[in-house]
Every structure is written in structure tokens, then in C-alpha cells.
Ligand binder design. Structure first.
Ligand SMILES: [Zn+2]
Length: 361
């Protein structure tokens, strides 16, 4: 999809006021399955309804069934282009998100609904595809290797240091066997060191497949080969690491979709708990019955009309933004969204509906 018309400049002020959305606090675990569980009625029984007026003083109304953004970056460098974000703009994006009450979470936590987000904030996740050097570059400074402050990782690390209340993380969807300029961050002598650095420092290494062949072009055996070989190649560098998510090359689905998440090639198994599509759309809340962790939408990061600011603006205008209630064990949302809740979650969480009057049930 494309399309909002204008370059929106909005200030998403924090006053998402009537944007009824709430949040998931720490560590909710959705256990996602849209299974038609029998817990519907149990949910009704235990759900509470509170009045919208109880949030007056807080300037936000939780909506944990609202939309979230999984941002999708490609090249980081000069000049700005359709598939390239400049370092200055990447930094600007971090600032925008910080200033507008967004809060970083990992792709895996988002996929599992395992969210620990302060009250009033909106979770988002960062993904970077194709492992170019601009995402993670070492520079030699007086004989010592340092992370280039102008690469995406350098910018995130710097931003994190300056904003301790903004625990940035990201998933790097890497390519182990493609042409050298996209192969594991394009500094062949540092491949292992970089992958190790990422997982030791709270980042995720995800599969973007063996060398970027769209899965739609492969038969079942080939699909498993391309996803299995990714795991095999990564294990050469990170023997104990479990690859847990996949960003589909070009967003194209496999002929047999079940092979996107699970399969094996010559004894090497893969098991992706999250599978990402290509932008452009916001994702449903992980607590929504519309959400599937095996087909998560992403938003392309750029200044285009379907970029971050445009979507963020849209979420506020349409009152569709996810807003955390700050309590990981409770799912809070406007009563009018009752139908959206994944019924399988009703037995795992306390459910709280916000209505115009407390008596509405
Ligand atoms: Zn790609």
C-alpha cells in the first residue's frame, strides 16, 4: 500500500489523548495462537470495565489493541534514496520516536506479545535488512577497531547512551552468501566478530535467507535448503545461537507457507517464531485476533508518504495507536474494541475495558 498524500509534519504530541490504546507492560506473554479457545466466556466473566474518566489525569487512555510499527531499514549511507537512509536521518528517526512517546522492543518480544512498555508509550521495533556495511562498520582508530559512529549501530549505541530510558535494540536480517557488498556487513575479516558483538549486546541476528532468493521462486525442497543453509552458515560463526526470526526476501511468500517457519535441510533445522513481510503497513497489536507472528507487517523507514512519520501521524489521527497501560499482566483497551481481542489470551491476562461510563459492561 502506499499512500497518504502529504508529507506530514505533525507533532505527535504526547497527547494522544483520545487515542484509546493501552499497553502491555512488562513481560506479558501472549502465547499467540488464534486458536478458537474456549475461553471466551471466561474472559467475559473476569473482564473489568473502568471509566474513561479515570484516565483524565494521565493524559492518555490505554489501547493495547492499537497498531504498532516494525520499522524496516535497508542501506544506511549517502545520499538519501528510496532504499537508503542517511546517518543524519537515521538519527533523526530515533529522536522523533523518542520525542513522541514510542518505546523500543525486540521483534521477538513483539511477536510473542511479551511486552514491557511504560504506561502511555507505544512499542515499536527496528529491523535492518541485507547486512550492508553502513549498518555495522568497524573503523580502525589508532590501531584499534571501533564501531563507526556513522553506521546504524554506532548511532543506536550513541543514542542509547544519551537516553537511558530508551533501550534501543534491533534485529539485523543478514545474508551469509550473497555478493560481498552485502555479505555479513561487507568486512569479511570481521564477520564473526560482528555477529558475536551483536548477540552479546542485546541485538538479534535474523535470517534474510541464504542469499536473498524470493521464496516464491523456489519449490519446497529449495525453500528448506535456502532457509536451512542460512542457519548452517550462521552456526559456523555462532555455534550455539538459535536463529528465531525471518524477514522474507522482497516480502515474497513461499509456495508452502508453513515452510517459512519450520523445516530442515540435510539435518539442519530451522524454527522461526516470527516471520516478517515487507512494508508498508502498521502491524496489528500482538493481542489482537488479527495478529499472526508468522506474517508481521512492516513500515518502511523513510520520508516518503508511507514512512514512519506518515504512519505515526495516521495512528494518532485515526486513534489507532497502541498505548501501554504499563502493567504487563493486564491488557487494557477501549471497550469498543472488545471484538478484536484474541480470545486465547483471556485466560492468561487480566482484561480491562475502558468505557465512557464504568457501568457499561
Ligand atoms: Zn532484502
Amino acid at each position: 500500500m502506499t499512500v497518504l498524500k502529504k508529507p506530514i509534519i505533525s507533532i505527535l504530541g504526547l497527547t494522544l489523548a483520545l487515542n484509546l490504546s493501552c499497553t502491555s507492560g512488562e513481560g506479558k506473554s501472549a502465547g499467540i495462537s488464534n486458536a478458537d479457545s474456549a475461553s471466551d466466556s471466561a474472559a467475559e466473566d473476569s473482564a473489568q470495565t473502568v471509566s474513561v474518566s479515570s484516565y483524565e489525569a494521565k493524559k492518555f487512555i490505554p489501547n493495547e489493541l492499537g497498531k504498532v510499527m516494525v520499522l524496516e531499514y535497508h542501506l544506511i549511507g549517502e545520499p538519501e534514496d528510496r532504499w537508503r537512509r542517511t546517518p543524519a536521518n537515521f538519527r533523526k528517526d530515533m529522536q522523533f520516536l523518542y520525542d513522541n512517546n514510542f518505546y523500543p522492543v525486540s521483534v521477538l518480544d513483539l511477536g510473542a506479545g511479551n511486552l514491557n512498555v511504560p504506561a502511555g508509550k507505544t512499542p515499536f521495533a527496528i529491523t535492518l535488512d541485507d547486512s550492508s556495511a553502513g549498518q555495522f562498520r568497524f573503523i580502525n582508530k589508532n590501531g584499534k577497531l571501533e564501531i563507526d559512529p556513522q553506521c546504524a549501530l554506532g548511532i543506536m549505541e550513541d543514542f542509547k547512551k544519551k537516553h537511558s530510558d530508551f533501550p534501543l535494540t534491533a534485529t539485523f536480517y543478514v545474508l551469509p552468501a550473497i555478493k560481498p557488498n552485502l555479505r555479513l556487513f561487507a568486512q569479511p575479516e570481521n564477520k564473526k566478530q560482528k555477529l558475536e558483538w551483536l548477540i552479546k549486546n542485546g541485538y538479534e541476528v535474523g535470517s534474510h535467507s541464504w542469499y536473498h532468493v524470493p521464496l516464491s521462486k523456489l519449490n519446497d525442497a529449495e525453500t528448506q535448503k535456502h532457509l536451512g543453509m542460512f542457519v548452517k552458515e550462521i552456526k559456523e560463526f555462532l555455534p550455539k545461537y538459535e536463529v528465531q526470526s525471518l524477514a522474507l526476501p522482497l516480502g515474497e511468500r513461499a509456495k508452502n507457507k508453513s515452510l517459512e517457519s519450520k523445516g530442515s535441510f540435510e539435518g539442519t533445522k530451522y524454527n522461526h517464531k516470527v516471520v516478517l513481510l515487507v512494508g508498508s503497513a502498521t502491524s496489528s497489536s500482538p493481542y489482537s485476533k488479527k495478529f499472526s507472528p508468522l506474517a508481521v507487517q512492516r513500515v518502511q523507514a523513510g520520508d516518503m508518504d508511507w514512512g514512519i512519520i506518515a504512519f505515526a501521524d495516521q495512528m494518532v489521527k485515526n486513534k489507532t495507536r497502541f498505548i501501554s497501560d504499563g502493567d504487563p499482566k493486564t491488557i487494557t483497551a477501549p471497550a469498543k474494541l472488545k471484538e478484536d481481542l484474541n480470545p486465547a489470551l483471556a485466560s492468561k491476562y487480566k482484561i480491562q475495558w475502558v468505557a465512557d461510563t464504568a457501568s457499561t459492561k
